[in-house]
Structures are given as C-alpha cells and as structure tokens.
Ligand binder design. Structure first.
Ligand code: PLP
Length: 400
C-alpha cells in the first residue's frame, strides 16, 4: 500500500520556489547571483501597518478570531470594494484567509467535484492548476498569444466552455505576464460569460494596485454587474502593501458560497492570524501614500527592463500594464548552443544555463503553461536590474 496520497502524484512542485532556491544555493557558494525569480515586492511593510500590529498585540488581540475574519476587517474590506471597485458587499459576503492562495484553495475545495472543469488562461500563476488538481477538479488551460499581449480572447474562451465548466479563473494584472485587461477587453470576456449562466468567475485581483501609466484597473463584477451573483472577487494585502509574510487574503461573493468556504475553513485553519488581521485593517483603511511610491519605482524599472531585454538578441518583450513581471519570448534562441557546449532545447534549459553562466535567476515560461518564454520579476533595485539585463544580453549574444 502506497504511503503518500495519490493526489500528490498529480501535482508538481512550484518552479518559482525551485528557481529561487537554486539561486540561493548558488549564492551560498560565494557566486554573485541576481535573483529575478521572486514574487514579492522588495519594499518593507509601511510603518503605520506595523504599528497597528504592535498596538494589536499590546491590546491583547491575540486570541482565536471568528473563522471568516474579525468584523472590523470584513467591514474594511466592504469599504474597499465600494470605494475602489464600485461593488456592494455585506460583511457576511466576505471571507478572510491565510493569504490569497488559501482563499483560492478554499473556494475550489468547497465547490469542485470530480470532472468539474476550471478554465485557466495561460500563461497562468503556477499554483492555479495544482490547486484545482488537489481539489479534485480538472484544469483546462487556454493559450493566449504574445501578439494579443497574453490576454484571453473572447472566441478562445467561448471555444473551451463546456457543460462541465464550473469556474473561469481570471487574473489581471497577471502573474506571470503582467498583462491587465482594460474595460473594453474585460467586457469582451464578460459578454461571453453572460451567455453561459452555469459558469462561475473567480477573479484574482491581487495585483490591482500595481498598474502603470494611465491604465485603469477593472474587475469582472464591476464591468458586468449581472455576473455579481456568480463571481468570487478575490484580493489581498500581500503585494500592494508589501505584506507577503503576514498572510492575509480575502474574497467576497454570494453568501452561500462564502458560507461553504467558511465551513471548510472552520475545519481547517480557522480564522487567520489575529495580529495580521488588525494590520490589514490599517492597510485598507489607513493612508495609501506608499502606493504612489511603489508604483513610481516599479514603473521606472519596467521601462528599463523592457528596453534592455528588447535589445537582447532573440528576446521579444512586450510592455505589460501591471504587476512586477515581464514575460519575454525566447523562441528564436531555441536550438542554439551555449559557450559551455550545452544545446538550449527548451526555456528551462535557457534559465538553467543563464543561472550557471551569468548568475541570473529567471523562471522558465513553460512552468506557467506558455513558452518558450522567461518570467522576469523586476521587484529589485534599478542597479541590480541593469546589471542582470546586461548579463542576459551577453548570454543571448554568445549563443550560437
Ligand atoms: C496571481 C497571484 N495570486 C495570488 C498570490 C498569492 O498571494 P498570497 O501571498 O496572499 O497567498 C500570488 C502570489 O504570488 C499571485 O501571484
């Protein structure tokens, strides 16, 4: 009898975590390594948020909390949705989890039955298909193209919907491509969904605040209010408030879905960390000035990285609207030989050789369901980015 669960044989470890660890290991040997594989802002949590957490500890907010989250946080979340997304929710329609990933997991755990399909535009965040598989569902990737800036096209969505489709999982701005849907682009997608009333929408808006230039973020239930009754709008404080380690994510949707997720969470993690929840209240209700600082820094870095990568021989890097990733194609470099003699057959070969020869860690696109590409995170200093992009240029130039 096998000791490990069969479910484990269906999933694979996270490529982003694997590459980040490989970079760390190489660094530990004394090599000069620049990691462009991380998925978190390089900024610190703003002080007002830290102070709110310290005050919560001093007040003794250190006990179990209600399973779906403390009422003051759920109220702050309803205010956030009203203020920023024109969405009306009651606190009873909100659930707080231990990070955004946990909220997605519980949404699927409480709704998926064997055979249920979840449509996932590719490239996708590495965890989506694996979470669906762990919850017993069937991920259905739908490919986008670089020509369409990695955005799902209405006709492609229409084509993959079946009677078994339970969810369509949208993520704008996207990890890994940075692509974000304008109002018009989102409307094209929601128009399709309106015609398929059995399909639910899970929208992962985690990177909502990280959009650049005059791009305006929109979310599906805002663009198409008739989808409100079958949309779970998920978000969190991890990226916009530089709070990845605090582990607070949340979602709002129809009360019967939230109740089901509450039941699952009640037999699982229970309420999220009490202190982190009070910190999240301050994040959502407090001053938002740091966002301007984050955005300005990311926008400068995006300009530098896109420009330098487009100067690398064989790379084609579109300018994304948001998040802190770019997703250049490296297709023309497949089949070429590195100075070490290694033939670069896949994007995974490319990132492994890049790390070994130039000490730059990126993540291969094929792990996000669309390649040959690289995901490059620009959540690091301009100096390091300049150095890393120069190394990538040299690496590409030396492939024969
Ligand atoms: C698209 C997307 N959704 C959700 C998450 C998870 O967020 P959290 O750290 O709050 O679990 C991430 C983190 O990388 C992400 O990129």
């Amino acid at each position: 009898m096998a000791f490990l669960a069969d479910a484990l044989s269906r999933i694979k470890p996270s490529a982003t975590i694997m590459l980040t660890q490989k970079a760390r290991d190489l660094k530990a040997t004394g090599r000069d390594v620049i990691s462009l594989s991380v998925g978190e802002p390089d900024f610190d949590t703003p002080d007002n948020i830290k102070e709110a957490a310290i005050a919560a500890i001093r007040r003794g907010e250190t006990k179990y909390t209600p399973v779906p989250g403390i009422l003051p946080l759920r109220e702050a979340i309803t205010r956030k949705f009203k203020r920023e997304n024109e969405l009306d929710y009651k606190p009873s329609q909100v659930i707080v989890g231990t990070g955004g990933k946990h909220v997605i997991y519980n949404a699927f755990l409480s709704t998926l039955n064997p055979g249920d399909e979840v449509v996932i535009p590719a490239p996708y965040w590495v965890s989506y298909p694996e979470i669906v598989l762990l919850c017993g569902g069937t991920p259905v990737p739908v490919l986008t193209t670089i020509e369409n800036n990695f955005k799902l096209q209405a006709a492609d969505l229409e084509r993959v919907l079946t009677p078994k489709t339970k969810w369509v999982l949208l993520n704008s701005p996207s990890n890994p491509s940075g692509a974000a849907y304008s109002h018009e682009e989102m409307k094209a997608i929601t128009d399709v969904l309106v015609r398929h009333p059995h399909v639910w929408v899970l929208t992962d808006d985690m990177y909502e605040h990280l959009v650049y230039g005059d791009f305006k973020f929109v979310t599906p239930a805002q663009v198409e209010p008739s989808l409100y009754e079958r949309t779970l709008t998920m978000n969190g404080v991890s990226k916009a408030y530089a709070m990845t380690g605090w582990r607070i994510g949340y979602a709002a949707g129809p009360e019967h879905l939230i109740r089901a997720m509450d039941m699952v969470q009640g037999q699982q993690t229970s309420g999220a960390c009490s202190i982190a929840q009070w910190a999240a209240v301050e994040a959502l209700d407090g001053p938002q000035d740091h966002l301007g600082v984050f955005r300005k820094a990311f926008e400068e870095r995006r300009a530098l990285v896109v420009s330098m990568l487009n100067q690398a021989r064989g790379l084609n890097c579109p300018m994304p609207e948001g998040a802190f990733y770019v997703y250049p194609s490296c297709a023309p470099l497949m089949g070429k030989t590195a100075p070490s003699g290694k033939v670069i057959e896949t994007d995974e070969d490319f990132v492994m050789e890049l790390l070994a020869t130039e000490g730059v860690a990126a993540v291969h696109g094929s792990s996000f369901g669309l390649g040959p590409n690289l995901r490059i995170s620009y959540a690091t200093s301009i100096d390091k980015l300049e150095d890393a992009c120069a190394r990538i240029q040299r690496f590409c130039a030396e492939l024969r």
